[in-house]
Design a protein around this ligand. Structure first.
Ligand code: C2E
Ligand code: MG
Ligand code: MG
Ligand code: MG
Length: 288
């Protein structure tokens, strides 16, 4: 890789060095290394799910978002922002994504047996490539069927950009999964550019206000207006609205006063290993 990049940058002339120089070559080979490692990460038991609490306006635990973690033997914790794109481009996301749904469903089954008084819904992030894969609906149906779990126990988080291509198929696929009881939240809402008429066509159950608006909701009047608009829009469409990235009590209070239904963020809890999250389900959970 490195030789090739150097050769090309010379051929293109000095001005191109910054675009295709040794730095990019290093990045490319690092990425190739990451991909090679990721190929074995699942079987090597290096992939886990962490769970981040979601609460209602009264602070009651109603669910969790499952977030993938990779413990690399040499690199340590590789952030999803680094390995998810590699998984998507290489196609490994299909295996990783299926594993995440299985793992979350196994965990739900275990928690429902130990803590039958809790009815949790787990949100699972789904990548475009995974959702558009021809077997997606069948795979999900099999996972639920094998465990005899109702679809309403899970919810998929999709992003706006992934829904823009081939709307017919997307809507049809969502409807098939909705028929199983599975919910759909539009993640990072407000950062994309879907039109309202398009949004109306999607059989969603919730919108998630992007963390970037929540962060400055107390100080930036524009972000406050955007948050209020998303809440009003969601309710008009009979959707739930979840705020992500809530770090301060004042943010929680402001959003709650504006009618937000669900809250997620470091104020409530960080993403935690299942054993730690499980203590939240005990009759007398330890004080946070
Ligand atoms: P996301 O789905 O929008 O997840 C929310 C991200 O915000 C998570 O980052 C979470 O740790 C972080 N977060 C939550 N509350 C706070 C807060 O109060 N403050 C701050 N600063 N951050 C907060 P994480 O875990 O690094 O995941 C990043 C992204 O990677 C996710 O964004 C999602 O797009 C993707 N991802 C994670 N797990 C999976 C997965 O299993 N499958 C797929 N396809 N994508 C995943
Ligand atoms: Mg998400
Ligand atoms: Mg999000
Ligand atoms: Mg986000």
């Amino acid at each position: 890789h490195a030789d090739m990049a150097m050769y090309q940058s010379k051929a293109l002339g000095r001005n191109c060095l910054s675009f295709f120089g040794p730095e990019l070559a290093v990045k490319l080979s690092a990425r190739a290394g990451l991909e090679a490692d990721l190929r074995h990460a699942l079987e090597a038991g290096q992939i886990h799910l962490h769970y981040q609490a979601v609460v209602d306006v009264g602070g009651r635990l109603v669910g969790a978002e499952a977030l993938m973690r990779w413990s690399h033997p040499e690199r340590g914790q590789v952030p999803p922002a680094e390995f998810i794109p590699v998984a998507e481009e290489s196609g490994l996301i299909i295996a990783l994504g299926t594993w995440a749904i299985e793992s979350a469903c196994d965990q739900l089954l275990a928690w429902s047996a130990t803590y039958p008084q809790h009815a949790l819904q787990i949100a699972i992030n789904v990548s475009a490539r995974q959702f558009h894969h021809a077997d997606f609906v069948a795979t999900v149906t099999d996972i639920l069927g094998a465990r005899n779990i109702p679809g309403a126990w899970i919810k998929f988080e999709l992003t706006e950009s992934m829904l823009l291509e081939d709307t017919e198929t997307v809507v049809e696929r969502m409807q098939q999964l909705r028929a199983l009881g599975i919910g759909f939240a539009l993640d990072d809402f407000g950062t994309g550019y879907s039109s309202l008429s398009y949004l109306k066509r999607l059989p969603l159950t919730a919108l998630k206000i992007d963390r970037s608006f929540v962060r400055d909701v107390l100080t930036d009047p524009n972000d406050a207006a955007i948050a209020r608009t998303i809440i009003a829009l969601a309710h008009t469409m009979e959707l739930r609205v979840i705020a992500e990235g809530v770090e301060l009590q004042a943010q929680f209070d402001m959003l709650a006063a504006a009618g937000c239904d669900r809250f997620q963020g470091y104020l409530i809890g960080r993403p935690e290993p299942s054993t730690v999250f499980g203590t939240r389900l005990e009759p007398h959970p330890p004080a946070a």
